[in-house]
Design a binder for this molecule. Structure first.
Ligand code: F6P
Length: 359
């Protein structure tokens, strides 16, 4: 028999489309069991800081509102925006917070970093923790899909389509710099879907000459324009990441590789005018596509099922069309998932003649 619980739900890390649908799914499924749901504000801050910041979520005030259909996070989120105190300090604050709020469980909607943090905070407490993966980077380990990725692919593919049309009008090679940090999933999926000419990802080395050879081939075929998709996390030819900022935990915020490529190509090849477009945070927003909402609903329902069964420290995953769960410790051990250079996506890109680098 279902035991009455009070659960907290929080979103952590960079936002993405589908977070509100996840929250709604958890609210719906948990309410059916007669549980109370506390929506925690601003990632873990709502628990660790005092006064604690949260609100009671119900089907009536949240799931029946327009929010589940919208992007962003209704609860707010933190993307490495806070300088962490020691793990011990933060764990103490977290334990005190969950005790003050009388939470039996916490659902964390985040990437592997957030899962790791919350799972560590909960160790040594009686609080159950279940994770739901989300990130436009799609690099959360073990699961095939994280919420938000497909909507980001859609946004990037639309940008490729739009750029192709204006490139065509002006005989240009247009560069599109997309997000993804150190994983090339977003760049590769959108370059393939948008039939771009070049796709550069962090997992595959490239040369400027390789790009120029592709542009020459396009020119020789009688076509006067090209679209180049580049992941923000690729390095320069001499092996440096480009970044002019650091986030609050000291990690480089990537940006600028598109402009670097523009300069290098333009110096050595004059047949196309080259321009750079950095897509930026629109990739994290937009109307969530159906698959992200579907994932959100099945993940949310599964998370509540796990909590009900007393399963602790697990993250829900999508594997070959099934929803399962794995230990968060295994997720953390695995490290972020890079683009598999032997995948069918990469093979297809190569076989379709997209220049993807030297492999
Ligand atoms: O991890 C998600 C992500 O959107 C990355 O693709 C990107 O590098 C980063 O977050 C941007 O972070 P910020 O929110 O600090 O601009």
């Amino acid at each position: 028999m279902t035991q009455k619980k009070r659960i907290g739900i929080l979103t952590s890390g960079g936002d993405c489309a589908g977070l509100n649908a996840v929250i709604s799914a958890v609210v719906e499924a948990a309410s059916k069991k007669g549980w109370e749901i506390y929506g925690i504000h601003n990632g873990t801050d709502g628990i660790t800081e005092t006064p604690h910041s949260y609100e009671v979520l119900t089907v009536h005030n949240f799931s029946d509102s327009p929010w589940p259909r919208l992007s962003g996070s209704y609860l707010g989120s933190l993307n490495k925006g806070v300088k962490m105190e020691s793990l011990e300090e933060m764990s103490k604050k977290f334990a005190q917070g969950v005790q003050d709020l009388e939470l039996d469980a916490v659902v964390v909607v985040g990437g592997d970093g957030s899962m790791n943090i919350v799972s560590n905070y909960c160790k040594g407490t009686k609080v159950q923790v279940v994770g739901i993966p989300k990130t436009i980077d799609n690099d959360t380990p073990i699961t095939e899909f994280s919420v938000g990725f497909q909507t980001a692919v859609q946004a990037c593919t639309k940008a490729v389509d739009d750029l192709e049309l204006t490139a065509r009008s002006h005989n240009r090679a247009l560069i599109l710099e997309v997000m993804g940090r150190d994983a090339g999933h977003l760049a590769m999926h959108s370059a393939l879907a948008g039939a771009a000419d070049v796709c550069l990802v962090p997992e595959i080395p490239y040369t400027i000459d390789g790009i120029i050879n592709k542009l020459k081939e396009i020119k020789a075929s009688g076509r006067n324009h090209a679209v180049i998709v580049v992941s923000e996390g690729i390095k320069t030819e001499s092996g440096e990441h480009l970044s002019n900022k650091k986030n609050m935990v000291g990690e480089a915020v990537y940006g600028g590789i598109g402009e670097y490529l523009n300069n290098e190509i333009s110096k050595r090849y004059k047949e196309f005018q080259v321009r750079t477009n950095t897509l930026g945070h629109v990739q994290r927003s937009g109307v969530p596509v159906a698959f992200d909402r579907l994932l959100a609903y099945v993940y949310g329902a599964k998370a509540v099922e796990l909590l009900d069964k007393g399963i602790n420290n697990h993250m829900v995953i999508w594997k070959c069309g099934h929803v399962e769960s794995v230990s968060i410790d295994d997720v953390v051990k695995e490290g972020t998932t890079k683009l598999n250079v032997h995948s069918d996506y990469v093979k297809a890109a190569r076989n379709l003649g997209i220049y993807i680098g030297e492999c």
